[in-house]
Design a protein around this ligand. Structure first.
Ligand code: CO8
Length: 261
């Protein structure tokens, strides 16, 4: 892989079908600078294009997943400059990944850091994780999905409270609200994320991909259109060798051998 400065992409050593990216700017609590985001998108798209990778884990360190977009890069910018940077188009490339993406969050996931976790398909949180949209405290508001994805995930009342007060949610509150899949002790949060990733990476890849697409569709479209996509993807899977293998293996009472075709 290309040399990276602000992130560390690697393969999970216990399972080469799981790719991982560590945000690696600890002295700035992994603040998401333009350069870091460029590197992150390159690494994620590279894993996404690799048929040997069945799931990706994104994590920071114990103190911070990411404390937001880099305030130093934005402090003196004007609207035109922010518009011309067109950062959000790049962020949306993360939501276009076909491979499932799991955020393993410990410590701060704030502002753009919380929005980045929300762009992932699932979140495993350590007991020390804190989620929040504190942009209001620095004179702005969320810009990368904090008013949209967060509202669709935890509902209007709580999203409104977080966005308007900037208060942080504890990991357990985030779990109660359905923002995270589970909360585990900080010592094992990465193991837990990698275990989940390994399970997903062991499933038939085309079915995983089409199922992910269909679940995401539920957040984007009215029910009828979502159901239509679901049905088409379901039919499409009957053209795969893995569907024949999966059903045959069930009938023959043996484990399936997936080909990814
Ligand atoms: N940007 C730049 N630097 C940061 C950021 C940040 N978001 N967060 C922390 N840092 C830096 C600090 O400046 C400090 O650097 P230095 O040591 O050089 O002074 C270092 O990280 C450590 O931070 P603290 O000393 O502040 O650590 P504390 O433990 O005292 O506090 C906090 C931790 C509470 C997390 C505190 O750092 C904080 O409040 N950070 C800012 C949180 C925030 O407001 N986030 C939202 C940013 S705006 C945003 O994300 C908008 C997203 C829009 C989409 C993105 C597209 C551009």
């Amino acid at each position: 892989m290309a040399p990276y400065t602000y992130i560390r992409p690697y393969r999970y050593e216990a399972n080469p079908r799981v790719g991982a990216v560590q945000l690696n700017r600890p002295e700035k609590l992994n603040a998401l600078s333009l350069a870091l985001m460029d590197e992150l998108i390159t690494a994620l798209e590279s894993f996404d294009a690799d048929p040997e990778i069945g799931c990706i884990v994104l994590h920071g360190n114990e103190r911070a997943f990411a404390a937001g977009a880099d305030i130093d890069e934005m402090a003196d910018a004007d609207s035109v400059e922010m518009l011309l940077r067109d950062q959000f188009r790049k962020w949306e490339r993360i939501s276009a990944l076909k491979t499932p993406l799991i955020a393993a969050v410990s410590g701060y996931a704030l502002g753009g850091g919380c929005e980045l976790a929300l762009l992932c398909d699932m979140i495993i949180a350590s007991e020390t994780a804190q989620f929040g949209q504190p942009e209001i405290n620095i004179g702005v508001m969320p810009g990368a999905g904090g008013t949209q994805r967060l509202t669709r995930t935890i509902g209007k009342a709580m999203a409104m409270e977080l966005v308007l007060t900037g208060r942080f949610l504890s990991a357990h509150e985030a779990h109660r609200l359905g923002l995270v899949n589970r909360v585990v002790p900080v010592e094992v949060y990465l193991d837990e994320a990698f275990a989940l990733a390994s399970t997903i990476a062991s499933k038939p890849p085309i079915a995983v991909r089409l199922a992910k697409e269909a679940v995401l569709q539920a957040l984007r479209t009215p029910l009828e259109i979502g159901l239509e996509l679901e049905r088409k993807n379901f039919y499409l899977l009957f053209s795969t060798a893995d569907q024949k293998e999966g059903m045959r293996a069930f009938q023959q009472k043996r484990p399936p051998q997936w080909q990814g075709r």
